[in-house]
Design a protein around this ligand. Sequence first.
Ligand SMILES: Cc1cc2nc3c(=O)[nH]c(=O)nc-3n(C[C@H](O)[C@H](O)[C@H](O)COP(=O)(O)OP(=O)(O)OC[C@H]3O[C@@H](n4cnc5c(N)ncnc54)[C@H](O)[C@@H]3O)c2cc1C
Length: 451
Amino acid sequence: MNDVERLRAAVDGPVRLPGDAGFDELSRPFNERFRDVVPGAVLSATGTADVSRAIAWSRDTGVRLSLRGGGHSYAGHSSGSGLVLDLSRVDQVHVDLETGLVTVGGGTRTGALHAALREHELALPLGNSPAVGIGGLVLGGGVSVVSRAMGLTCDTLVSTEMVLADGRVVTCSEQHNGDLFWACRGGGGGNFGVNTSFTFQAQRVPPTSTCLMLWDRRHAVDVLATMQEVMRRAPDEFAARIGISRTADRDGIVSVVGQHLGPAEELRELVAPALSVASADRIDIADRNYWAAAEYLRHATAGGAFAVRTRTTGGPLVEDGLRTIVTAVDEWPGSSNPDGAGVGLFTWGGAINHVPAEATAFPHRDTLFLVSMDTSWRSDDAPETVRNNLDWLDTLHSDMGEYARDASYVNFTDPDLDDWRAGYYGPNAARLTEVKQRHDPERIFSFDQAI
Ligand SMILES: Cc1cc2nc3c(=O)[nH]c(=O)nc-3n(C[C@H](O)[C@H](O)[C@H](O)COP(=O)(O)OP(=O)(O)OC[C@H]3O[C@@H](n4cnc5c(N)ncnc54)[C@H](O)[C@@H]3O)c2cc1C
C-alpha cells in the first residue's frame, strides 16, 4: 500500500489527486499569484477524527500538511506541495438563542455564518467577503467595518476546539489552555494546530446606515486629509475605508465607503466636512439595515493575482504622506486586472483599542488607520508587468516608512515582508514563539512565515 492508499484507508473524507474532479477548486489559492503550486493530494476532512488521522499520517510519512479554510490567504499559505487538509466540510453552524453563543465548524465560510445569524437578527464582526473562511479570519484577528463598535472577530471568540500536533483534541478558552486561546486571537492561522470549531458571542443587530462618496483625483489630498480628521474624532459607531485607486483605463478616484451604527442623518453630519472641502461626483448616504448594509459593502473583486503591503498609523498621515500616496497611484505601471491598484486607509481603533496589546496575540491596539497598499495583475500579463507592479508596491511601501509604522496586519499577509515576526506580532512575537515551541516543537504545522 502506498502512502495515499494508507491515508484513504484511514479517513472518512475523500482524498483527491491532481486531475480528479474538484481537486482544483479545493486546493487552488484564491490569489492567482500562487496558483502554480500544485499539492500532491487533497483530503476533505469530515470532522475532528479525520483531522487527527491526517496529522498522524503526516507525522508518519513526513509529507507536509497545508491547512485550508476558505483558501483566501493573500500569500497562498493554505496550499503547498504536500497534502492539503481541506476543512470546507467542517462547516456546521449552531446558534444558541438563549445565550447568543454561536458555534461553527473550522472550515465555515463567513457568508454561511452571516446567513445563519441573519435568521435570528444576531451580529458578529465578520469582514466583507462571504467566501473568506472563519478560520483564517479569526485566527489572524479579523477586522470588520463594525469592529470599532463590536471589536475584532477574535475579540468575540469564547472558545475553540483544536487538534494539536501530537493528535490531542483540546478545548481552548480563558479557563482552559489559556496560552493557546491567547495565540488563537491574532497569532495567525495554521501555526498551532487545526481549529475544528469556534464559539463566538454574538449580539443583537444594531440599526445602521452606510455611505459611499467619490471624488475626482484632483481633490485627493484635501479629501483624504479632511476625512482623516473626521475619523480621528468619529464615534466608535462609525468606520470607513478612505482611499484612492485606479485602473489601467481610468485615472485615480478618491472614495470613502463606510458604515455607521446609527441613522443616516447622523452619518451625513459626520462626513459633512469632507463634502464641503470638495464637490463629490457621487454621494450615497442612506439608512440601510444591517443585512442590506453588509451586501452594499461587500468586497467586489475581479480575482486574478494581487499583492498587498500594509503599515499602521496611530493618527492621521501628514500631508507629505498623502502626497506620496497620490503620486504613487498616478505613477502605477498598469496591468490588465480591472481591480487595478490603490491605497486604502481602513479606520481601526475604537473597541479594537480598548483591549490591551498583550491581552491577545493581536498587537495593533493603538492604531487609527491600517494603511493598505495594493496592486493586481492577471496571470496572463507579461512577466515584466508583474515585476513592475511588485517593484511599484515595494517602493511605495518603503517610501511610506517615513510616515507610517513598520507594523503589518497578518491577515493581509505579505510574503515579501522582511521582518514579518516584528511586523505582524510586535511585542507579542516572543510569547507566540514560546507557545509554538511548547505545542508544536517538531513544526508539524509549517509554511513560509510560520511562527
Ligand atoms: C476578498 C477578500 C476579502 C477580505 N476581507 C477581509 C476583511 O474584511 N477583514 C479582514 O480582517 N480580512 C479580510 N481578508 C483577509 C482574510 O481575513 C485572510 O485572507 C484570511 O486568512 C483568509 O482566511 P481563509 O480561511 O479564507 O483562508 P485560508 O487560505 O484557507 O487560510 C488562511 C490561513 O489560516 C489557516 N487556517 C484556515 N483555517 C484554519 C483552521 N480552521 N485552523 C487552523 N488554521 C486555519 C491556513 O492554514 C492559512 O495559513 C479578505 C481577504 C480576501 C481575499
